[in-house]
Write a protein that binds this ligand. Sequence first.
Ligand SMILES: Nc1ncnc2c1ncn2[C@@H]1O[C@H](COP(=O)(O)OP(=O)(O)OP(=O)(O)O)[C@@H](O)[C@H]1O
Length: 228
Amino acid sequence: MIEMHDVWKTYKNGTDALRGINLKVNSNEFVYIVGPSGAGKSTFMKLIYREERPTKGQIFVNGFNLEKLKPRKIPYVRRNIGVIFQDYKLLPKLTVFENVAFAMEVIEAPKKLIKKRTMEVLSLVGLAEKHARLPQQLSGGEQQRVAIARAIVNNPSVIIADEPTGNLDPDTTWEIMKLMEEINFRGATIVMATHNKEIVNTMRKRVIAIEDGQIVRDEQRGEYGYEI
Ligand SMILES: Nc1ncnc2c1ncn2[C@@H]1O[C@H](COP(=O)(O)OP(=O)(O)OP(=O)(O)O)[C@@H](O)[C@H]1O
């Protein structure tokens, strides 16, 4: 569950990236965030995983008020949010297995569990056989599947995906979207920013459009709504 109450974000240079965002995303929803370049989508996502802090307003994730979080609760809340980026952000010197396992090591999961769970999620994304490769030895779609495995390995309830298919060809894009749908089906809430009209208009979900830092549209089974 994600809630925002009158959330504003002004960057240090004076840019008003978000201007009074109010919304509620329920558990297990799948939401697309659409809007023109520079509208505030990435800023909106960064506030949810606490990469940026709001200038004003309250943000709740799974009932925790991110602005009033006790320091000892921060790792717990972070672990419950998996993040996926357009450029994968894998560690180039670590193998596929190590990239995914690393996310469990930082939360000090038991070694045995790390091995079992890492291979489990690599199987889910279809990469168990390639666990010993380095990221550069994989295609873009495979690298994104590793990033997805890393995002879900700690079983987060929320997945934030910022243009996860932005660098991929159409076939690979659909593979990644099937995977996102599967993860949603298994119980995670998904918030995904995208410029991909075809995905949004084919895999119908809730669509929230942001323009100039404000929500201008919020529709169940909505459409992309922009010409590209
Ligand atoms: N760190 C920053 N410092 C200053 N301004 C920023 C920063 N990050 C983003 N902005 C500005 O905030 C506004 C919103 O940017 P944001 O990246 O959230 O947009 P976006 O909708 O994700 O765009 P895109 O679709 O191009 O990724 C833009 O005007 C951008 O230039």
